[in-house]
Design a binder for this molecule. Structure first.
Ligand code: DQA
Length: 252
C-alpha cells in the first residue's frame, strides 16, 4: 500500500493518524479552536467548512484558511459535507464544484475531501485540479441510516481508488452489532489489496470500537473530538490517543 505523506505525517504507515474535526460557525470560534489544537495530541485537522457561517461568501474560506495556517501549521483537510451525507449547509452540485474550485485555487491546505457520489466528470476535474496544486484527495462516502452489505462497501472503496483518490474513506451507521462486524470485515478484506490508505468507521456508540481498533482491520486514521463531535461515536481526542497507542501494532 502506498503511504500518503502530508508535511511530516505519513498516512498508511505506523499507528492510525488522529484527525480533529473543527465545526465552529464564526471566524473567531474557528480560529480559537485551531489555536487550542496546537496543544492536542493530533496529526491532522479537518475543517468542516459546511458549518462555517460565511462558507458561501466569495473568497471567505480561502482567506480564513491563511489565518488558520498561521494559527496552527498541522496538515489541514478541508471538507464540505453535503446535506445528503450528513452536512449542515444546503448547496447544489454546481455550487459545490465552484466552491471547491475557488478553494483549490486560493486556499492554504493539504488535503481535500470530495464525495464520490458527486457526478463523475466533476469528481475527475476536481481531482485533477487538486493534484496540479499538490493537494491530496480523500474520496468519501457516508451512510447515516444503515450499513451497506460488505460487497457494497468494498466496491465503493475500490471505485474511489479507481477514480484517482489518494485515500478512500467510508463512514456507515450500524443498526446492530453484526453491522459493525460487516464494516470491519469489509475494511480488512479491502486493505489486503488496496493501493490507497483507507479510513473507515462504523458510527454511533455501537460502532465506536471501529474508531479505536481500526488499525487491526486496516483503517489508517480516526477522527477524535475536541469538545464538539462532527459525527456520532467520535471519542474525545485524549482518549482516542491513549487507546490508539495502547492497541497499536506499530509502536515506535
Ligand atoms: O468523513 C468524515 C468522517 C466522519 O463522518 C466520522 O464519522 O468520523 C466525520 C466527518 O467530519 C468526516 O468528514
Amino acid at each position: 500500500m502506498k503511504e500518503v505523506v502530508v508535511k511530516d505525517v505519513a498516512i498508511g504507515k505506523g499507528r492510525p493518524k488522529i484527525i480533529i474535526p473543527v465545526v465552529g460557525k464564526s471566524e473567531q470560534e474557528i480560529i480559537d479552536t485551531f489555536s487550542k489544537i496546537n496543544q492536542e495530541p493530533c496529526d491532522l485537522i479537518e475543517w468542516r467548512i459546511d458549518h462555517f457561517d460565511d462558507v458561501l461568501e466569495e473568497g471567505a474560506v480561502a482567506s480564513l484558511s491563511h489565518k488558520l495556517k498561521e494559527t496552527c501549521s498541522k496538515p489541514l483537510l478541508i471538507t464540505f459535507r453535503t446535506q445528503h451525507e450528513g452536512g449542515v449547509c444546503q448547496l447544489g452540485d454546481e455550487g459545490y464544484q465552484k466552491l471547491y474550485q475557488s478553494i483549490i485555487d486560493d486556499a492554504d491546505f493539504e488535503l481535500l475531501d470530495i464525495e464520490m457520489m458527486m457526478p463523475d466528470d466533476m469528481v475527475t476535474t476536481l481531482i485533477e485540479q487538486a493534484h496540479q496544486k499538490n493537494i491530496k484527495v480523500i474520496l468519501s462516502n457516508h451512510d447515516f441510516d444503515k450499513t451497506p452489505e460488505k460487497a457494497t462497501i468494498i466496491e465503493r472503496l475500490t471505485i474511489m481508488e479507481e477514480k484517482g483518490a489518494d485515500i478512500a474513506k467510508i463512514a456507515v451507521m450500524p443498526n446492530d452489532k453484526s453491522d459493525v462486524v460487516t464494516l470491519l470485515n469489509a475494511t480488512f478484506e479491502r486493505s489486503q489489496v488496496a493501493e490507497t490508505p483507507l479510513i473507515t468507521m462504523s458510527m454511533g456508540q455501537l460502532g465506536m470500537v471501529s474508531r479505536l481498533a481500526g488499525e487491526l482491520f486496516g483503517s489508517q486514521a480516526s477522527f477524535g473530538a475536541l469538545g464538539q463531535v462532527s459525527a456520532p461515536g467520535q471519542a474525545p481526542v485524549e482518549d482516542l490517543h491513549n487507546v490508539l497507542n495502547l492497541l497499536t501494532l506499530n509502536a515506535e
